[in-house]
Design a protein around this ligand. Sequence first.
Ligand SMILES: Nc1ncnc2c1ncn2[C@@H]1O[C@H](COP(=O)(O)OP(=O)(O)OP(=O)(O)O)[C@@H](O)[C@H]1O
Length: 415
Amino acid sequence: MIEAVGLTKRYGAKTAVYNLSFQVRPGTVTGFLGPNGSGKSTTMRMILGLDQPTSGHVTIGGHPYRKLPNAPRQVGALLDAKAVHGGRSARSHLLSLAQLAGIPARRVDEVLGVVGLQSVAKRRSKGFSLGMGQRLGIAAALLGDPQVLLFDEPVNGLDPEGILWVRNLMKALAAEGRTVFVSSHLMSEMALTADHLIVIGRGQLMADMSVKQFISANSADFARVRTPDTEPTQREKLVTVLAEAGGQVLSEPDGALRITGLPLPRISDLAHGADVRLWELSPHQASLEEAYMRLTQGAVDYRSTDDRKAGLMQQQPPGYLPPQPQPVVPEVPQQGWYAPPPPGQNPYAGGQGPYAGAPAPQPPAGPPSATAPGAPVSGGPAPVPGPAVPADAPPVPQAPPAAAPADLSKNEDPR
Ligand SMILES: Nc1ncnc2c1ncn2[C@@H]1O[C@H](COP(=O)(O)OP(=O)(O)OP(=O)(O)O)[C@@H](O)[C@H]1O
């Protein structure tokens, strides 16, 4: 088991990790998630004794890494796959690691086989592709047959076959009772691989729970309903009856309705009772990506802007007005689009949890339009105020933080 207690790491004015406490248990794959720069690699380096915490401590099986007897036989890690002497072959790189840890040479050939690099074992690693480098890094982590494994973005650069292999490898290692701690930005992959999640934002703990709990705490399942495109009155009638029955109704980009708060059979009965024909009534399960984006959207430090290419434009005569682009609502839901979690289920959005008191998301300024996708069409108050998207919303609405940890990079001590 890995146990972190009050872990804090400062680099000068920058607080990379702040007061982080968690446990990573054996027998499960624990996913370690967080936006870019949130402190995942720093935390992993502290676990492995490569960085000294400013305060707090972290142990593996009750001991700090540096005090573990023959640590490479107990803990395997992939932190930076590029940290290999490029002039060495894959085999000689692994052989040197094996010799340092007292691991027999035949184990090197075993792990080369496990990661599928036998045929290039004698090639210099500097000619390796990104994915081959990752495989070599994973081989190094497996070398000592350790009980505790840490992988920092192991599927980075792997082909689909490699991703599937890593997924199965992680699960198999956990099924053998090992402790597996893995960071990734690929939510779809994490949803398939991890049992438990530790989520950090700006170096602080945001969630520590099972994947299932995480999704239900941070999003809600919903029903998608479509009435005939040619008969807008049918849609309006349905919106009214659903709202009267207590449903929350949002408009989707293609004109369909997104309903929360009512089970599918009830929606069907209400439509039937109102003599409304349905072209679609389908259940939708919230994804880990939705739940993750909803939780962390306020803790994202590095956000892209549209490339308007204004710097490449010719200067226009005074008074010239550029054509206004039509607002495009993303096909895939983005900020402000996430179905709100059921009332009281998001410990980070209400009055409990470490971020209690953080501002709840508010709809962007401007009147919501019943025809604008994402605008609440009708219904009672949303359980957690979900930001609506007005008709004149920019392509990616910048919703305020859902429940953001304080930005510690500004050198402000939050205590
Ligand atoms: N040696 C260092 N000196 C100064 N700042 C550092 C150092 N290492 C990390 N940081 C800073 O600490 C913060 C956390 O970085 P870290 O690499 O741990 O994040 P991360 O969650 O692993 O990010 P990513 O997902 O992009 O890999 C960042 O702001 C980073 O710039």
